[in-house]
Structure formats: structure tokens, C-alpha cells
Design a protein. Structure first.
Length: 509
């Protein structure tokens, strides 16, 4: 009531009201501390003479990637809506200098290397060392790549035209590789010029991993797109274990394994949180190479339903005319030509349907790892689960638009997205501990709704907090973050100045 009266009677402008969002800085700030980023950056900055809080600039940029992602110019204005401790006074050129420092080269790129060693690499290694007690070793690593386009030249060497995964061949781009462990925990990023082919990156990345993180045993788990004959030869030459997906339909040896091998499958039942998975597995050796063939009954049923839907659509279209089907590769593989030359038409090929059915639910692995077939299958299926992480990752790692004109600033800009992904992974772990599975966007909205209002009136300073959403409250509790009181007085009103009455002086003679 006093506040309402003050609002109505504020003729002299003695009342001011300001609101700041506090949910994101509080929750993600605690995770930031737990990851050890504050200590790592403080140590690295000890001998640098920056005249602004670089660690706070890195945190603000990382927070920005979590909520909206975008340019550093947008970040410098976005932060004004948030109460971020220690970030007062940061302006745009501070973020530019911070990005350039994160991507600063520590040494020239060695001959044959894809990228030079930078400050951000040192940070990744120190963060890994702080969490090393959680890793017995990196017994499995997963890597995925994507392309990030530029508005401009894209630095001195990173910006190149290449195969664009975001369908912008008109723009120069860079290639970003993300490496995570078997639990989906981000380990490091690798950045290369935009014309670098995926199949040339796997072996150099493994070499750098072993050097940077002092890793002994490594089992590389990779999907079809990362495999080439040179990649296989490189892994064998290095004595590395691997579990690699193969191309069942295009590799002649693999087709013979699937179609011609009569060895019986061994049934396996894998228990998961979402239910049981029925698998059938067998091991086949061909020319000294070990293959593991797996059939997933649920996926086989899904493949059958998908094919039936396609065949039904093809049949319906054939009744209208077959010319429109020829340009559709999904339809064309089920057709065959019939009729005399010059008057040929198309019909559904029953033989092709039967051949496709042989591959329902089938995937084939090539491995040299000294593990059982079941262990190989489960490890590879971990890659399929991690691919979901990569899909969510790319929303954060895209960081568009990128306007930086130097390689160093670009590397720093993207590295902040890597830190954002590390925070997101920690938050996912916290959510599971709290028994929650919130949608990421919904959680961000809940955090943004947590606002603290500062009311100042005639020297009094009050802070009033809005209510937190139930899921956000449980996450704060799980992260050991104490919410501020709903109402508290930040600064009491100044007491009125007491003036002593003047004693009249006696008249002078």
C-alpha cells in the first residue's frame, strides 16, 4: 500500500523502480564455479595486464550463448537486462579483446597440423585436469563436425568455401569439431578452415587428444561419414582401437556378410530406462577383419512400416502417372522399367523390396577392440545417443552471426559456445539428480521470469523478488543455490540530520 501511494504521489521524482533478471546468472554462475572456470581463467590472467574483468566478460558471453546466441555486439546490449555480479562497466570493445585473447596463438602451427595451439586449448586442458578424477581414462571418444558460416572473409585462414552443412555455399565457412566422452561430457573443440573434409580430421584429432590430455588407451567410436581407407590405415598404424559403423548397402564385403553369412544370431535383451531392447548379434571375420552384425527388432519394425508407407505412396502415384517419380530417389529405388524401348513405363520392383527387407534393423560394425560383440554394440549405440546431444549442441555452437575479422577472435567467440555446452551438460546432470526432464527452452523461460525489482524512495532501497517456477526452484536447491528473500531492504533510509539549536551569543560591550 505504501508503494502504491508512493507511485501515485511521486510528483518530485523521488521514486525509482528498476528490474533485472537474476535466474540465469545465479544458477549458471554456480555451475560456472563448479566447473572451475573462474580459477583456471584467474591463473592464466595473472600475468596479463588487462584493465577490465576478463573472466566476467567470458562468463557474460557464455551466458549469452545459453539464452539467445549471437554476436558480441548483441551480447553487450543483452546483458543490460541481467543482474550479473562483477559485470558492471563491461562494454563492446572489452568483449572483442576477450575473444581475441581466448583464440590467441601460443605457438605457430606445426607442419602437417590442422590448427595451431591457442589459449582456448590451454583452458580446455586445465578444465579437464580439474575433473580428471571423474575419468579413469577416455576409453571412448565421440566426435562430430559441423560448418559455421561467416558474414565476411572469416579471418586470415579459417574462412574458406566448402561443403556447407547449413546450406549456404555462397558464404565462406569454418569447420568445427566437437569431442565428447562416453558420458556426453564436452572435452574440447577443434577448428579448421572451411574446405577441410571430414574424413581427413579424425586421425589428427586423435593425435592431438593423446598429446594434450596424456591419454593412454583410446577406443575411437565413429559413424560412417568419418570413415575412409586412409582413416582406417591411420588408426591401425597408431595401434588405436576402434569401433566404426560401416555402409551396409554400398560396401561389397559387408553386403556379403549380411546376405550370405548363415551363422546364427545370439539373442540379447538390453534393459534401459525407457524399456527393454531386443537385439540379435553375431560376429563374423572376413579376410582377418572382425565385423559385428546386429539386428534391432524395434528398428526393423520401424523400417518395415516406413517402407510400406513409401510403397503405398509410389503405388498411388503410379496410377496417376510415373514421370514425377523418377526425380525422387526414395521412390526410384523401388521401381523398375517395363515395356519396349520408346514406350517404357515403371512398376514396383518386388525383388528390390525383398532385398531391402534383408537390411531391416541391421547395422554392421567393424572393430579391432578386444571386447565382446555385445560391448561393441552397446558402445556404438552410445554414439547414437550422443548424436542427440550433438543435435542440441549445434543450436548453441552455431553462434551466428560471426562478424569477427581475425582467426583469434573467431576461435574465442566459438569457444564461449563450448563453455556454454559444458554448463548445459552439467545442468542436464543436475536435472536428472532432481528427477526432472525439463525442455531446455521452457527452463530458460522459467529462469528469465525470475526477476528482482529494485525500488528506491527517498533514500530507502528495497529489493523485491518474483516467485520462481517449481522446476527452477528444485534445480536451485539441487545446485545448492539459495534464492534471495522475496523482500529485503538493501539500504535503509538515511536518518534525518539532527541539528542542534544555536545558542544566542551575548551582546558585545
Amino acid at each position: 500500500m505504501l508503494l502504491i501511494n508512493a507511485l501515485g504521489e511521486d510528483a518530485d521524482g523521488a521514486l525509482s523502480v528498476a528490474a533485472k533478471r537474476i535466474g540465469g546468472p545465479m544458477l549458471f554462475g554456480r555451475i560456472w564455479e563448479r566447473l572451475g572456470v573462474v580459477e583456471v581463467l584467474t591463473d592464466l590472467l595473472e600475468e596479463r595486464a588487462f584493465e577490465f574483468p576478463v573472466e566476467r566478460a567470458v562468463f557474460v558471453a557464455t551466458l549469452h550463448r545459453l539464452f539467445v546466441s549471437g554476436s558480441d555486439r548483441d551480447c553487450s546490449s543483452w546483458m543490460e537486462d541481467y543482474d550479473i555480479p562483477g559485470a558492471q562497466g563491461l562494454v563492446l570493445h572489452h568483449f572483442y579483446r576477450t575473444m581475441a585473447w581466448l583464440g590467441e596463438k601460443l605457438e605457430e602451427k606445426p607442419a602437417g597440423a590442422l590448427a595451431p595451439r591457442c589459449v582456448k586449448d590451454l583452458i580446455e586442458e586445465k578444465l579437464f585436469d580439474r575433473l580428471r578424477d571423474l575419468f579413469t581414462d577416455l576409453s571412448a571418444v565421440f566426435m562430430d563436425t559441423t560448418s559455421l558460416s561467416f558474414y565476411g572473409e572469416g579471418g586470415e585462414t579459417l574462412g574458406e568455401h566448402g561443403y556447407s552443412k547449413d546450406y549456404r555455399p555462397d558464404l565462406k565457412q569454418m569447420i568445427l569439431g566437437l569431442v565428447v566422452d562416453g558420458d556426453g561430457r564436452p572435452i574440447c573443440t577443434e577448428m579448421w578452415p572451411g574446405n577441410t573434409a571430414d574424413v581427413t580430421t579424425l586421425s589428427p584429432v586423435i593425435d592431438r587428444l593423446r598429446q594434450r590430455f596424456s591419454i593412454g588407451r583410446v577406443c575411437v567410436v565413429a559413424d560412417r561419414g568419418m570413415i575412409s581407407a586412409a582413416t582406417l590405415a591411420g588408426l591401425e598404424e597408431r595401434g588405436l582401437e576402434y569401433i566404426l559403423g560401416t555402409r551396409e548397402r554400398s560396401e561389397a564385403i559387408v553386403r556379403r556378410i549380411v546376405l550370405d553369412n548363415d551363422d546364427p544370431f545370439v539373442p540379447l535383451l538390453v534393459k534401459r530406462k525407457a524399456g527393454e531392447t531386443q537385439l540379435f548379434v553375431k560376429q563374423v571375420k572376413v579376410e582377418g577383419v572382425r565385423y559385428v552384425v546386429c539386428r534391432n527388432e524395434q528398428e526393423a519394425e520401424n523400417d518395415r512400416k516406413d517402407r510400406e508407407a513409401i510403397v503405398a505412396a509410389v503405388d498411388a502415384q503410379l496410377k496417376k502417372g510415373d514421370k514425377a517419380l523418377i526425380g525422387n530417389s526414395a521412390y526410384r529405388r523401388y521401381l523398375r522399367k517395363v515395356g519396349a524401348k520408346g514406350a517404357r513405363s515403371f512398376e514396383i520392383d518386388a525383388g528390390k523390396l525383398a532385398e531391402e527387407a534383408r537390411f531391416d534393423g541391421i547395422f554392421v560394425l567393424r572393430t579391432n577392440a578386444k571386447i565382446t560383440p555385445l560391448e561393441a554394440v552397446l558402445r556404438y549405440r552410445d554414439l547414437l545417443l550422443v548424436e542427440d546431444l550433438f543435435r542440441r549442441t549445434k543450436a548453441i555452437m552455431r553462434t551466428r552471426p560471426i562478424f569477427h575479422s581475425s582467426d583469434a577472435a573467431t576461435r574465442g567467440h566459438v569457444f564461449c559456445s563450448f563453455l556454454a555446452l559444458s554448463i548445459q551438460k552439467q545442468l542436464d546432470d543436475l536435472s536428472r539428480q532432481a528427477g526432472l526432464a525439463p525442455e531446455w527452452k521452457d527452463l530458460l523461460h522459467d529462469l528469465d521470469r525470475l526477476v528482482q525489482v529494485r525500488v528506491r524512495h527517498r533514500g530507502a532501497d528495497w529489493l523485491v523478488r518474483t516467485d520462481a517456477a517449481p522446476d527452477a526452484t528444485r534445480l536451485f536447491k539441487c545446485a545448492h543455490v539459495a534464492l534471495p528473500p522475496r523482500t529485503r531492504q538493501a539500504r535503509p533510509p538515511r536518518p534525518p540530520v539532527q541539528t542542534r539549536p544555536k545558542t544566542p551569543r551575548p551582546p558585545q560591550a
